[in-house]
Design a protein around this ligand. Structure first.
Ligand SMILES: *Cc1c(COP(=O)(O)O)cnc(C)c1O
Length: 228
């Protein structure tokens, strides 16, 4: 696993160099979904501290059993009735994909006196029906609306590129998210639009070139998943 982590690190550094960016501008989230806790322990022993999960109950189970200096990110579709498994423990929720979910999260944060819940707005930049997220057209208005909700601390945007091999289409998807961020940042404080969570194992170099600040990497660290 150390080799895999070092290869990912090297790829991140090369992409940063190519795009004249500092390595410190890009956070690596190791996506451990579907892998047993032992895998996280090994990655932890090899220096990683930031992990991402995409299913609420699996997330809660792993958080409870592992080192408490791990920074946990939630990156999957979150049903409103599962907010309780995620909100109290997540450093950042990448996947706020509807106003209804944002409202429910805001309400939960207030009712449970959580200091504030850091979240990203998920935008469907690929147009693929199967993907969650706000449409690019509605994103800015919805973002500004969410930014008024008490208990939520918006940090920026997240997207998943289309599952295609055409690099141009992948790049266009990341570029679209960056443009949405740039347009929205004219109406919101800079800290609310700072983060761009984009890039996975197959496409994180392209994402970094397009301004990504958080890459979510599973397969390239842990190997192929048997189930999605
Ligand atoms: C699974 C997943 C990833 C990681 O994908 P890999 O291709 O394994 O790197 C990243 N982001 C989200 C939202 C995911 O669900």
């Amino acid at each position: 696993m150390l080799d895999a982590i070092q290869r990912v690190e090297e790829r991140i550094q090369q992409a940063c160099r190519r795009s004249n960016r500092n390595r410190e501008e890009v956070t690596l989230v190791a996506v451990s979904k579907t892998f047993p806790a032992e895998y996280i322990v090994r990655a932890y022993e090899n220096g990683l501290r930031i992990f991402g999960e995409s299913r609420a109950q699996e997330f809660k189970g792993k958080v409870s059993g592992l080192a408490d200096d791990i920074e946990w990110h939630f990156i999957g579709h979150l049903q409103r009735n599962k907010i309780k498994y995620v909100l109290p423990y997540a450093h950042l929720i990448h996947s706020i994909d509807s106003i209804a979910l944002a409202e429910a999260a805001s309400e939960y944060a207030q009712n449970h006196a959580l200091p504030s819940v850091s979240v990203l707005m998920e935008v469907n930049t690929s147009g693929e029906e199967a993907k969650y997220g706000f449409s690019p057209r509605e994103a800015q208005d919805a973002f500004l609306k969410m930014n008024e909700m008490p208990g939520l601390d918006l940090k920026g945007f997240m997207t998943i590129a289309p599952f295609v091999s055409d690099e141009k289409k992948i790049r266009a998807s990341f570029e679209m998210l960056r443009r949405i961020k740039e347009a929205t940042s004219r109406f919101a404080p800079p800290e609310n639009t700072a983060e761009l969570s984009m890039g996975m194992s197959a496409d994180f170099e392209t994402a970094i070139e397009e301004g990504s600040t958080i890459v979510r990497v599973g397969t390239a660290i842990f190997g192929a998943r048997e189930v999605q």
